[in-house]
Design a protein around this ligand. Sequence first.
Ligand code: HEM
Length: 413
Amino acid sequence: MTSTPSSQDFDFDPLSADFAADPYRVYAALRDSGQPYYYAPEDTWMCTGYKQVRALTLDPSMLRSVEGLFSETELRELQIKGGMHDMPFHERYVQHNMLDLEGPQHDRQRKLVFRDFTPALVETQRPYIQALIDRLLQPLRDRQSFDFVGDFAAHLPGHVIGHILGVPEDDCALLRAWSEAVVSYYNVGRTLTQKQRAEQAAKDFCLYLEDMIAERRRQPRDDLMSRLVEHERAGRTNCEETISLAMLILMAGHGSTIDVLGSGLHSLLRFPEQHQRLRDDPSLMRSAVHEMFRFESPLPYFHRFATQDCQIAGRSFPRGTRFGLLYGAANRDPEQFEQADQFDVGRQPVRHIAFGGGAHFCLGNHLARLDMELVFGTLNQRFSAIELTEAPSYKRGLSVRGPKSLQITARPA
Ligand code: HEM
């Protein structure tokens, strides 16, 4: 069988309000078909089963980047087709950052980040993160009724990663706005306005980082940015790579951690018996946080290109085919997870793939999990009861998953 795209009788509309309200019903139907599903607007074959998605992340012939796979002209055509052209800053610093490199170039940059941004370094941030959580929660304890996403979560992850890199606290809100504008352009159904915003944000971000890097060259400090600059001085990276790496680190886990903080609390509130179980046994926090990532994976969609002809689920696909890795769907696969649609804070082991797998496995997973563990531990200590005051609506699209806001009342303990 060959892989000519067919119009399949399937209601897959990732931009719809219905999909945002409950993507899991659609994911289940896609998984049940056992076949990749062709989604024409992205010219992409969507894969949803856990085993299939995981195998794609581990397959060395499946790459994020198409460079080397196509001629310059074909690459340009692909870029234009995807609307990724005519945006010089985005092309230079975002589209070619480490996440979209492969082979030796990727390995070299990944090793450098891995060497500096270690679990041990993340662990040293514990007191800073705890103090920040306490500071953000203090006024909310008095208010008792607030938006957990807008009033709290939105102010945490960017400040933490900014602190690690050495960004002054007052500038962190700017970085959040730029990150959101750049990342949102990767969602399906992108518009020209989003494109202009993404390019402007990439430019502003780049100019900001250039100044910061120049300052660290003059006067190194004890921060991650100074270490990146030191790699550049020693010839291990160049100036362009320093900017794009810093931008990637600042953007990669920013919105996604905000989203999973919101969906994580929402899950606890939707399953109050699980929330109580966690309150009664705080030693479950580690598995509870992993379960939050599995249950509502905040970055549910990435892609790979086949670098050779291949077979998936008995079907042939030519070299150059683009596959969608629907991590959010794979993480609800009942063949992999017992009672996959049940939120279970004690689930062991939680072998989810919310952080991807293989060569591009997330480098920031320790930091995202530490943020989450400290937030939910603190919430459980400081508030004796938390309730939803209105049902949240989730963001539309395929690339992100998180509530736009989460209105709650929280009674201080
Ligand atoms: C909610 C939190 C997060 C989630 C769900 C998440 C998820 C992911 C996923 C799925 C990938 C692999 C993409 C693919 O398969 O194509 C990835 C890569 C990456 N993540 Fe995260 N991430 C999170 C937080 C962070 C944080 C906090 C940082 C850094 C501060 C970070 C840095 C990175 C980097 C640098 C890569 C690229 C790795 C490479 O290409 O080798 N992430 N992340």
